[in-house]
Ligand binder design. Sequence first.
Ligand code: MLT
Length: 410
Amino acid sequence: MAKINDNYLKLKAGYLFPEIGRRVREFSAANPAAKVIRLGIGDVTRPLAPAVLKAFHDAVDDLATTDKFAGYGPEQGYDWLINAIIEKSYKPLGVSLKTEEMFISDGSKCDCANILDIFGMDNVVAIGDPVYPVYNDTNVMIGRTGEADDKGYYANVVYLPCTEANGFIPSLPTQKVDIIYLCFPNNPTGTVASKAELKKWVDYANANDCVIFFDAAYEAFITNPEIPHSIYEIEGAKKCAIEFRSFSKTAGFTGVRCGLVVVPEEVMGTTSTGERYSFNKLWLRRTTTKFNGASYPVQRAAAAVYSEEGWKQTKEIIDYYMENARIIREGLREVGVTCFGGVDAPYIWLKTPGGMTSWDFFDKLLTECNVVGTPGSGFGPSGEGYFRLSAFGHRENVIEAVERIKKNLK
Ligand code: MLT
């Protein structure tokens, strides 16, 4: 009989968001009259920017013609999209990248998981706590970890607590690690890292032969001009960092699907016989073998985000969500809730009132306010006692949710 991948049995619970969905469905079935407002998963609600939508439509129409029809594209993405991103999004930051260093994909979640294919199993990973669950769970699935302990920490993983005491920015690891996951602006805490903070990590990685996986999925939400949008704004980062970006939140592509990975040619690892080898070459090999590229219309739509009109319209949508974030943050503070994030990130990380557990607060909000958020403990043990609200809702729903919570907590 075929054997299963036993590593999957080590996973403690279902993936966080389907689990929340299940609880909400159960509640709604039992309370059909309740108008449930969802500020749980960070899923966008605004329609695509008109210029992006037009490019999308036009590209579909291309497929109806013989001269513009597009079949298989380059697995790593079309040059016209890669070059638009380099020119419009990286160059203004003072970052120059080669076309060959960027790979277009169908989303950042898959990229964060797939990148593990090109790293040896005996690498030790360091992961924040709390953290976007994909980093942890994909390492469990691939077999890099041991079993989880009672708290939910897996053996062979170095966890870096992100707490109120350290401003939700992890300390450098105190033991030898090979791969470090960093996510700024952070999901779930909404924290950002200054250039000085990132420099500390880049210097550490270069001094200790580590690779940093830098998840910049939320960079477009940064409002403070001092905060770096890319790790490559930091000197030395091209030697040690792989960066992930996504169109999901930036341009409303959660259902459309497009992301990108930057793997600079200088990022090196060693073979089992000790020679240096470029991760870029391996990622190209993997991509061309296991992927056939994001679809042509999707890449056309993504390129339109960087047109003058497309970016102006996209930025208006980002500003809309950030106004939602302000409404949530300031509204909750009025009733004494301690809130973090929500200034340079679309997530508000709040301390559960009265020391409630994250899941108890989830149930309270769901049953008493009919508002869905995400329990902090779902992002890791250090998230216990915290709760995440997403700013990606419709404005009227966000206002109503805040009013309901304020009334409940007064
Ligand atoms: C979240 O809510 O943390 C994200 O939407 C999940 C994701 O991007 O996969």
